[in-house]
Design a protein around this ligand. Structure first.
Ligand SMILES: NC(=O)c1ccc[n+]([C@@H]2O[C@H](COP(=O)([O-])OP(=O)(O)OC[C@H]3O[C@@H](n4cnc5c(N)ncnc54)[C@H](OP(=O)(O)O)[C@@H]3O)[C@@H](O)[C@H]2O)c1
Length: 263
């Protein structure tokens, strides 16, 4: 995998998994374009990516996708084709179906799904022209099965699989690769930033998150999956066996998931 001089665009690069991916990708010698809302944090991450070729930050609020596209277009015109787009930005949910406002459902889908589609469509034509490219989508274990308190989050991650499995089939002939990453519990601020049914920040570190895998370890596994040309990778602790149980014994899985502590 030689990414020297090629552009890797990472969304959600200001913290957690995106930050760890930026630091790990920098060591490949690629150029980095780093996006998120928090400019000050993006600058801090940029400073940690000294081994990259070039590093640019592009602050974006993906809940306003049309403004984000307008901001991104001139930057992309200036730097040239993106080789790898890592659609990592996302927000989670901590609320039952019955308690989640429809406006919250839509805002989670906006960031976790529609923004991903829009950014993908933005860079795809130049990837096709260049004859190479890769999309990496940060799905989740709940992109493989549903879980209490995460109905919309799970739906948004399931949607990524349908979208990107289709894109992979359409663009195999163009040498475009797709990797769906399905992490279990990773120790980041995701549960603190997760939204309640009314759309407020949960502001609480869940026990499962606090005990999770480090984002740096996850980033190393993502790079390994890229080198091995994997299409999908499940990363985490014992919780990842849920995927297998769901596939082989779906009724048993249903019993387990309704009785498991998921926060
Ligand atoms: N941690 C886990 O256990 C876990 C498990 C499975 C999947 N994931 C997925 O991994 C990805 C990264 O999450 P994380 O765990 O690293 O959580 P995190 O620390 O909360 O990071 C989320 C990132 O998304 C960005 N973001 C959120 N809303 C945004 C918006 N409206 N516009 C632009 N950027 C936005 C945040 O940056 P700003 O606040 O600066 O905008 C931040 O960089 C997410 O897609 C998440 O669903 C995480």
């Amino acid at each position: 995998m030689d990414l020297t001089g090629k552009w890797v665009w990472i969304t959600g690069a200001s913290s957690g998994i995106g930050k760890a991916l930026a630091i790990a990708y920098a060591k490949t010698g690629c150029n980095l374009l780093l996006s998120a809302r928090n400019k000050a944090k993006l600058d801090e991450v940029k400073a940690l990516c000294a081994s990259a070729g070039q590093v640019q930050i592009l602050p974006l609020d993906l809940s306003d996708i049309s403004s984000s596209i307008s901001l991104a277009k001139p930057v992309l015109k200036d730097i040239g084709p993106i080789h790898t787009l890592i659609n990592n930005a996302g927000i989670s949910q901590r609320a039952l179906v019955k308690d989640t406002d429809l406006s919250v459902v839509r805002s989670i889908m906006e960031i976790n799904y529609f923004a991903v589609v829009e950014l993908t469509k933005l860079v795809l034509p130049d990837m096709v022209k260049a004859g190479e490219g890769q999309f990496i989508a940060m799905s989740s274990l709940v992109g493989k099965f549903g879980s209490p308190l995460r109905s919309t989050y799970a739906a948004s991650k399931h949607a990524l699989h349908g979208f990107y499995d289709s894109l992979r089939a359409e663009h195999h002939k163009d040498n475009i690769q797709v990797l769906l990453v399905c992490p279990g519990f990773i120790k980041t601020d995701i549960s603190i930033n997760a939204v309640t049914g009314a759309g407020a920040k949960q502001n609480k570190m869940d026990d499962k998150q606090a005990q999770g895998m480090s984002p740096d370890a996850l980033a190393q596994q993502v790079l390994r999956a890229v080198r091995q040309h994997k299409e999908e990778v499940v990363i985490g602790g014992t919780e990842r066996f849920g995927v297998l149980v769901k596939r082989l014994f779906p009724r048993i899985f249903s019993r387990i998931i309704r009785n498991t502590k998921v926060t």
